[in-house]
Structures are given as C-alpha cells and as structure tokens.
Design a protein around this ligand. Sequence first.
Ligand SMILES: [Zn+2]
Length: 279
Amino acid sequence: MGRSFYVKMGRMKRPLKNKIIFGLSLAAVGILALALFVFRDGSRKNQLVVQSEAGASEKTAPSLNKQEKDNSSATKAVPNPKTASARESAVPAAPASSDSGTNQAAPSVKTSTTSTPAAGAPKIINNLVSWGFAKTSGRVIDTIIIHSSYNATGGEAHSVEGIINNEYKPNGVSPHYIIGRDGTIYRLVLDQDIAYHAGVSKLPDGRTNVNNFSLGIEIVEAMSESPSAAQYASLNSLLDYLHAKYSIKHILGHSDIAPGRKTDPWNFNWNKIQLGKME
Ligand SMILES: [Zn+2]
C-alpha cells in the first residue's frame, strides 16, 4: 500500500478506522483458515499415499517370508554343509583341523558315493562338513562304532541340521555318517578321513585311539528313545555295505569303547543288527 493509504487512514474518524481494521483482520483470519484447510487436505492426501505404499510393501513382505520359508525347508531337507556338529559334547573335541576351509570343497566333489552303486548299496546323501576330522589316505578301517545324537540346544530334537550345527560344529567333532529319524543316511566325513567321533577310547583287543581305524555312525534319537524301525533298517543296510567294502572285524557301541564315560548308543537293541555286535 502506498503512502496515500496511511494518509487517508490517518484522516479517517476513529470508528470508521476501527471498522476497516476489523474487516481486514477478519479477511486475514479467513485467508489463514483457508490456507490451513488446503494445507491439511494436502497432507492428508500425502498420508493416504504413504499408507497405500505401506500396504504394498506389506504385500511383498509375506512373499519374501514365503521364499525364506521355502529356502529353510529346503535346507532342512539336506542339512546345511556349512554347519555341523554332535550331541557328543562329552567326546573330547579332537583338535579342529586348521585347514577346515580347504577341506570342505575338495571332499564334496570327490565323494559322490552314488557313482559307485554296489549291489544293495544304501542311498547316502553327501553332506560333508569342514571340521571334526583329519584328512588321511591309506588308513586301514576295521572297526565301526555306533553312537546316538540329538539336538539338545533347543528346537527340534531330531533335526539333523540342528545336531550338525549346534552339537557337532561347536565341539569340532563329527561322525562319518548320521542316520536321521526317518532312516535317511547322511555322509559327513569321507571314510578315508579320520573323523573325531570316539574320543578317548579302547577296543577289547587293547588298541586305543579308535578314531584312527574306525568309522563312526550316529543314530538320531533322544536319550529316552530307541532307534526307529527305519533307522535300524538303514543302519543294517549301511553296515552290510561297509562290512563288504572293508575288512570289518569290530562293530561296537561307543559305550563299549569308552565305558563309564559314554552311554550311547541309547536303548539300542543289538539283536536287530544282522551282523550282530562284533567284539
Ligand atoms: Zn558317542
């Protein structure tokens, strides 16, 4: 406004001046109110946009979760090779192999037992671990030791993956084979390598350091359980296969070679083993 406005206002009589000021104030309040309304309406629209985006992201979230579930179930079916370990926490952890990282890749390529399908050979799933064994060549295998393992760290007690990851791996131990509750046989360490499954041990013939000349087979079962029919069937099949492949002279339980220290295999019925206990 120019100077004339103030001149005019100055000349006006007080009542009129007050009226004009009051009117201008009303207009100002009105404009403010309108501006506020427009602003709020705009922000409300923004909120709606945000909400719909959130809705969209929630939709994608479940599908991601589903993928994760699928992945986890897939890894459950075949225990993650990166993980592994045994309920045999009492088994003195043999020195963890320092070259565990390099051990893993090579054996997994070599293994493939399915490429040598001897008649009646059991189906064995390779799930080689990277710890709990020492690489060797040319050792003579004449003993098989049977053990029991379960996942005692929470979750599913019969989870092979849980046993490998939560029991064996932290203790730096591993059997050569583990037989799941459903009878599935997994190979964790190659036969020719020395797996750390027996710990301090002694055969009836006086030989110690049983790991050096034996194969270790773990049966998945809790301490209060017995091996399942499927496990006995798979174990018999595996024992027959190994007995034919090597010159096996002894088939014993862990408790037989580490009495007082070990009680597994738990609730084991040797009468259900076709080859029987071989002492
Ligand atoms: Zn054992």
